[in-house]
Design a protein around this ligand. Structure first.
Ligand code: ADP
Ligand code: MG
Length: 312
C-alpha cells in the first residue's frame, strides 16, 4: 500500500512539472510555429528553434557557407565532405528521384536560379536559356563518394533542398522531442504540419483561396501533413501563371492538372519529397505513388475535384 501511494505521489509530482510553451518565428523564409507541453517547456522550445536555425545554416542555398552552397560552388571541380545527416539526406533524395521518374529532383537548382520565382529577378527565360541548362539537371550526376563526399559531375550543376528542407527539419524536431521527453507538440513549418503525440484535425488549404480556408480536414496523430501547390509562390504574365515547382524534363513550371497535392504519413521527410513529386506527376500517377510509398494522398485537380488515394 505504501509503495502504491508513493508511486501515485511521484506521478502527480512529475506530471505537475509539465508546462506549456508556444511561439511563432520567421525562419526558413516562412513563419514557423511550435507549440509543446514538456517539463521545462520554454527551454525545449528554445532548443527547437535553435535546431531549425542550425539546420538552415547547414543546408540552405541562401547561406554561402552551408554544405549545399559549398557543394554547388565546387560543381565540376571537386567533392565536398558533408555531415552524415546531409549525406544521408542527399542519398535519400536520389533514391526517391529514381522511384518517381525524377518528378522530385534536388538537382533542380539551375532552374530555380534561372526563373528566380519569388525573388526580385523573377522572369520568363528564353527557350534557349532553358535548353542550355537542362543537361545540367538530373540527380544521377550527383556522385556520392566514400568518406561522406558529394560531387556534382558538371560545372553549373546545383542542389536545392527547398522541396524537402521543412520535412527534414520536422523529422529532426521529432527526434529532439523524443530525447527531451516532450509530452506532445504541434510543429507548423510554413504549413508543413506534424502532430506529435496528440490527435487533432489538420486543415488543408483551399488552393488560391485566403489563407486558413480549408477544403477538408484530416485527423492525425504522430503524422505529418504536407502540401505542395502552385499558389505558394508564383507570378502571372499575359494571363499565364508561372509557379515555383518545376518539371525538370521541360524546364518549365510543372503543368500537371493539379492545384494541390497533400501527403499524409508518419514520415515527415517522405511527405515533403512526395508532395512535390505528386504535384509534378499529376492525378493519374497518385494512386500508384500512394501504394508504392504507403502514404495517403489528398489532391485537388484543375476542375476543382477533390481526390483521395489511400496507401496505408
Ligand atoms: P513549398 O516550398 O512551397 O513547401 P515544395 O515542398 O513543393 O513547396 O518545394 C518547392 C521548392 O523546391 C521550390 O521552391 C524549389 O526550391 C524546389 N523545387 C522546385 N521544383 C522541384 C522539383 N521538381 N524537385 C525538387 N525540388 C524542386
Ligand atoms: Mg515538398
Amino acid at each position: 500500500m505504501k509503495k502504491y501511494i508513493f508511486i501515485v505521489l511521484l506521478t502527480v509530482l512529475l506530471t505537475s512539472c509539465v508546462s506549456k510553451a508556444e511561439d511563432s518565428r520567421f525562419k526558413l523564409m516562412t513563419v514557423c510555429t511550435i507549440k509543446l507541453e514538456a517539463k521545462d517547456a520554454d527551454n525545449v522550445l528554445e532548443k527547437a528553434f535553435d535546431l531549425i536555425s542550425q539546420i538552415e545554416r547547414e543546408i540552405s542555398v541562401n547561406v554561402e557557407s552551408s554544405y549545399i552552397s559549398r557543394i554547388n560552388q565546387n560543381a565540376g571541380k571537386s567533392g565536398v565532405k558533408v555531415s552524415d545527416d546531409v549525406y544521408n539526406l542527399i542519398r535519400f533524395s536520389k533514391e526517391v528521384s529514381e522511384k518517381v521518374d525524377n518528378a522530385f529532383d534536388i538537382s533542380v537548382y539551375p532552374l530555380v536560379k534561372l526563373w528566380g520565382i519569388g525573388t526580385e529577378d523573377e522572369r520568363i527565360p528564353e527557350a534557349v536559356e532553358i535548353s542550355k541548362i537542362l543537361p545540367l539537371i538530373g540527380s544521377a550526376d550527383i556522385i556520392l563518394g566514400e568518406d561522406n563526399t558529394v560531387f556534382l559531375k558538371k560545372e553549373g550543376m546545383g542542389i536545392d533542398l527547398g522541396a524537402i528542407g521543412k520535412g527534414y527539419i520536422t523529422q529532426k524536431l521529432v527526434e529532439l522531442f523524443k530525447a527531451e521527453n516532450v509530452k506532445n507538440a504541434i510543429i507548423d513549418l510554413g504549413g508543413n504540419i506534424y502532430l506529435y503525440n496528440r490527435e487533432g484535425n489538420v486543415g488543408i488549404q483551399t488552393p488560391f483561396a485566403d489563407r486558413g480556408q480549408y477544403y477538408t480536414v484530416v485527423k492525425v496523430n504522430n503524422k505529418a501533413v504536407v502540401t505542395s501547390g502552385p499558389y505558394e509562390r508564383y507570378f502571372v504574365s499575359d494571363g499565364v501563371l508561372y509557379h515555383h515547382i518545376f518539371d525538370i524534363k521541360t524546364g518549365y513550371p510543372s503543368n500537371s492538372n493539379l492545384l494541390s497535392c497533400t501527403i499524409v504519413s508518419e514520415d515527415a521527410l517522405l511527405c515533403d519529397a512526395l508532395s512535390t513529386a505528386g504535384f509534378v506527376l499529376g492525378e493519374e500517377r497518385l494512386e500508384e505513388i500512394a501504394k508504392i510509398f504507403k502514404v495517403d494522398i489528398k489532391a485537388v485537380n484543375d476542375e476543382g475535384e477533390y481526390l483521395n488515394f489511400y496507401g496505408t
